[in-house]
Design a protein around this ligand. Sequence first.
Ligand code: FO1
Length: 312
Amino acid sequence: MVVLAGGVGAAKLLAGLVRAHPPEDLLAVVNTADDVLLHGLHVSPDLDTVVYTLAGAVNPDTGWGLAAETWQAMDALDRYGGITWFRLGDRDLATHLYRTHRLGQGADLAAVTAEIAAAWGLKLAVLPVTNNRIETRVTTADEGEIGFQDYFVRRRHDVAVSAVRVAGAARARPVPGLIEALGAARLIVIAPSNPIVSIGPVLEVPGVYRAVADRRDAVVAVSPIVGGAALKGPADRLMRELGHESSAVGVARLYREVAATLVIDETDAGLADEVEKAGVSCLVAPTVMDGVESATALARVVLGCAPATAPA
Ligand code: FO1
């Protein structure tokens, strides 16, 4: 099974999937367009959120960074007027130090991610969508084009966006093994992550969109929009600002070429017919994951969408 993942929402569903399905048969393919180079360190927020969550070590209040964290380095950096708007905890820093060290030695991001996931005892495979640098760039009215973390964290995504692009996508290559895994997977899951800035960049890496679209009948997506709103982050605003309807129907329209089924929350049961009219089969189920039980229950609904026959 292959799960296309962004950050927090995807990590929660993955925490359910590893309980409902053998983790050895799970491959999480994670967005890296949120990655940021800061203090000379390579930070991979979505990869780290997936690893930390599945390791049971993530900060439960934020969904990113580590629980029981300390902030000595950030406090010490404040003395110098260094960059501290992007909060890097003392233990989290070790991940970025290690990743940067290994990349500097010539290891690729997939290899380093495998080392980090193994160090946290994870049994499922976690892969960046590409080993190449891709970077979400967001155009705002007052600052022009800025980096994703400048938008998401420094500006608290509290600014209107007129365009989003993934710099580097055109020349990026899918991480080795990804296209084959998509061709062979019994089921492909599009996790409830931001369709624009988390799932979008994954599908923009050349070859990935086509590989997923070719398996459309084996692809199930979970809507990250519930009752017209995102459970976390700016997905609803971004969809509206970029001309899409911020609803489960809007998500269906975004995914209809790549996914045969969309799971929407019971809150949106009344939209099921419109989702079907958008050309996507609709499953109504509880999609708000407030703990492992609800995540596991949703995982079971998703797993139930696996076609009976394995791919030809
Ligand atoms: N999100 C914030 O809102 N504020 C932060 O200071 C912050 C720091 C941070 C450090 C490491 C990391 O892995 C993630 C971090 N995030 C922070 C989340 C990050 O912005 C992610 O990109 C979002 O979760 C969206 O995927």
